[in-house]
Design a protein around this ligand. Structure first.
Ligand code: PLP
Length: 356
């Protein structure tokens, strides 16, 4: 079976972890700081703050921007649930707005319509590694005085008109095992705002600047040096990994003929965290998944139920109708596109998909 994802763990990663073990400093040592420095450089921002996961990065990013009780945050329903959950952790209310049929990302025109006096922020999700229409979203945010909290968890090193994901406001990345680069579990916040960065650092470690003096409530959301060591080794591979993903996606784009394939608009540098086809026009997705599985091609459904239709979320946001998200949730199938695929794998995936 060709797996839908496969983390790369090489000699460098193993050696780096053993070095941390030997150093005796397992927690917030020099590697966390180094990984933060490299991330800030990559995104072209002043600050990067490492956290224990993408979810905790989102939570802290919201709190550090003053989002809390009574506030509304506009986000996508077609995402991993952590986007919406982090808004709930902050005490705010997620307001779901429908997505664009082609990009799967927030539709700016609908975002503007959903703004109320309570709206404090927009959380664009750069789904599958495809940056949102940030010109439009930034213009809306500026016009209405809203913060931008990017969910860039799937979009490390993606860009739009030369501007990096993670540079449009405060952003959260995930370093979970299946993401484009990983530390096992881990996350990263990026921002150019000194005050937000300071708050993120405090919130990450129990509000503590001077040892055992706590300026405010905070959390233990730290990343360990063991994880950061893996991350540094992966950082060296990032460009190569993403090139491989792009080459795989380009091959799929030119060779898949049987189903709807993703289209990328000019000016966007997509990093293909997922390559997602659609069984549109009422075609049978379950049958397609079964056929691919039997042929040895792993698949993923990201995501089968939009966030606003999860049972507990319905109780919070009520009955919301978001027809595009609801329809594409029934149609999508993600194919393996990761850098561990061989040329044979890529050819086999195309051949099997073209049999659908
Ligand atoms: C992975 C992911 C997250 C959460 O990251 P974790 O590191 O798993 O906590 C949030 N949003 C999106 C879009 C993701 O893909």
């Amino acid at each position: 079976m060709i797996p839908i994802s496969k983390p790369y763990i090489g000699e460098e990663e193993k050696k780096a972890v053993l070095e941390v073990m030997d150093s005796g400093m397992l927690v917030q040592g020099p590697r966390v700081a180094k990984l933060e420095e490299r991330f800030a450089q990559l995104c072209g921002v002043k600050h990067a703050i490492a956290t224990s996961s993408g979810t905790t990065a989102l939570h802290v990013a919201l709190l550090a921007n003053g989002i809390g009780e009574g506030d509304e945050v506009i986000t996508s329903p077609f995402t991993f649930i952590a986007s919406a959950n982090s808004i709930l952790y902050a005490g705010a209310k997620p307001v779901f707005v429908d997505v664009d049929e082609e990009t799967f990302n927030l539709s700016p025109a609908l975002v503007e319509k959903a703004i109320t006096p309570r709206t404090k922020a927009i959380m664009p999700v750069h789904l599958f590694g495809y940056v949102c229409d940030m010109d439009a979203l930034q213009a809306i945010a500026e016009k209405h005085g809203l913060k931008i909290i990017e969910d860039a968890c799937q979009a490390v090193a993606a860009s739009y008109n030369g501007k990096m994901a993670g540079s449009f406001g405060t952003a959260a990345f995930s370093l979970y095992a299946t993401k484009n680069i990983m530390t096992g579990e881990g996350g990263m916040i990026t921002t150019n705002d000194d005050a937000v960065a300071d708050q993120c650092r405090l919130l990450r470690a129990h509000g503590m600047r001077r040892r055992y003096y706590h300026e405010q409530i905070g959390y233990n959301y730290r990343l360990s040096d063991l994880h950061a060591a893996i991350g540094l080794a992966q950082m060296d591979r990032l460009a190569g990994f993403n090139e491989k993903r792009k080459a795989n996606a380009a091959y799929f784009n030119t060779h898949i003929e049987s189903v709807a394939i993703p289209k990328v608009k000019a000016g966007y540098d997509h990093v293909w965290h997922q390559y997602t086809i659609r069984m549109d026009g009422g075609r049978d997705r379950d049958a397609a998944v079964k056929q691919l599985t039997e042929a040895g091609v792993g698949t993923g459904i990201f995501y089968p139920v939009p966030a606003h239709q999860q049972d507990y979320m319905r109780e919070i946001v009520g009955d919301v109708s978001l027809p595009v998200a609801e329809r594409i949730a029934q149609e999508v199938i993600s194919l393996p596109v990761h850098p561990m695929l061989s040329l044979d794998d890529v050819g086999k995936i195309v051949a099997e998909v073209n049999k659908l």
